[in-house]
Design a protein around this ligand. Structure first.
Ligand SMILES: O=C(CO)COP(=O)(O)O
Length: 251
């Protein structure tokens, strides 16, 4: 069976100023010198989407966003819609990151509405799922992630423009990661759910990213696990040299 092309995605979270465009130029130059065996995406904060999309034009770096509102426009002070992001040059949007679920009380239904809005704006969506440490200790990770998948993927999703990111909350920013065997088990369970819902042909081609303390020194091992089709990288995506070293997992 065909395998999906890997995706290395960087989530800059609430980091980055105008000067950060030098990191995009640096990354693009590295990818030109040593082409990647994966797609490459950087998701800066909203303030930088348009300028970094301009900076990345004509390179192999795509620019995306980290969230959007579920509506296309309207009286929602401070929010940003998916059509606005598309208009700004974003070519992907992340939704349902655990930091948004925790900081903003986003539910699975909220995430599903946002995911639908992203696709309605013509863009592919990365939907994040992942269990907390207490849920992992209780052995409930498959149950939790299965529930998030069922609730966060909207009914009319276009699977060609769907990416899932599995990010155990306890591995984010902590320097801790699940073992390769644990990653294989949960990614296998996610694949089973996707195949059960969308059929073997579509379900097996949906990229499942692993995220949570992916670093240059563990990327190769994590990215070689079955059903790991890329990475969603936080801290180590801020510096082009580090992110490029992670991308080296596919060179
Ligand atoms: O949350 C993450 C990416 O979305 C992971 O963050 P870290 O790579 O900093 O652990």
């Amino acid at each position: 069976m065909r395998a999906p092309k890997p995706l290395a995605a960087g989530n800059w979270k609430m980091n980055g100023l105008k000067a950060s465009s030098s990191e995009i130029a640096d990354l693009a130059a590295r990818l030109k010198a040593a082409p990647a065996g994966c797609d490459v995406l950087i998701c800066p904060p909203f303030t930088l989407v348009a300028s970094l999309a301009d900076a990345a034009a004509g390179t192999s770096v795509a620019i995306g966003a980290q969230d959007c509102h579920a509506k296309a426009s309207g009286a929602h002070t401070g929010d940003v819609s998916a059509p606005m992001l598309a208009d700004s040059g974003a070519s992907f949007v992340i939704v349902g990151h655990s930091e948004r679920r925790a900081d903003h009380g986003e539910t699975d239904a909220d995430v599903a509405a946002k995911a639908a809005a992203v696709q309605a704006a013509g863009l592919p969506v990365i939907i994040c799922v992942g269990e907390t440490e207490a849920e992992r200790v209780a052995g409930r990770e498959v149950e939790i992630v299965s529930g998030q998948l069922a609730g966060s993927i909207p009914a009319d999703i276009d699977t060609d423009r769907l990416v899932i990111a599995y990010e155990p909350v306890w591995a984010i920013g902590t320097g801790r990661t699940p073992s390769a065997a644990d990653v294989e088990a949960i990614h296998g369970a996610i694949r089973e759910k996707l195949v059960a819902r969308f059929g073997a042909a579509a379900g097996s081609m949906i990229r499942i990213l692993y995220g949570g303390s992916v670093k240059p020194d563990n990327a190769k091992e994590l990215m070689s696990v079955a059903n790991v089709n890329g990475a969603l990288v936080g801290g180590a995506s801020l510096k082009a040299a580090d992110f490029d070293a992670i991308i080296g997992a596919w060179r």
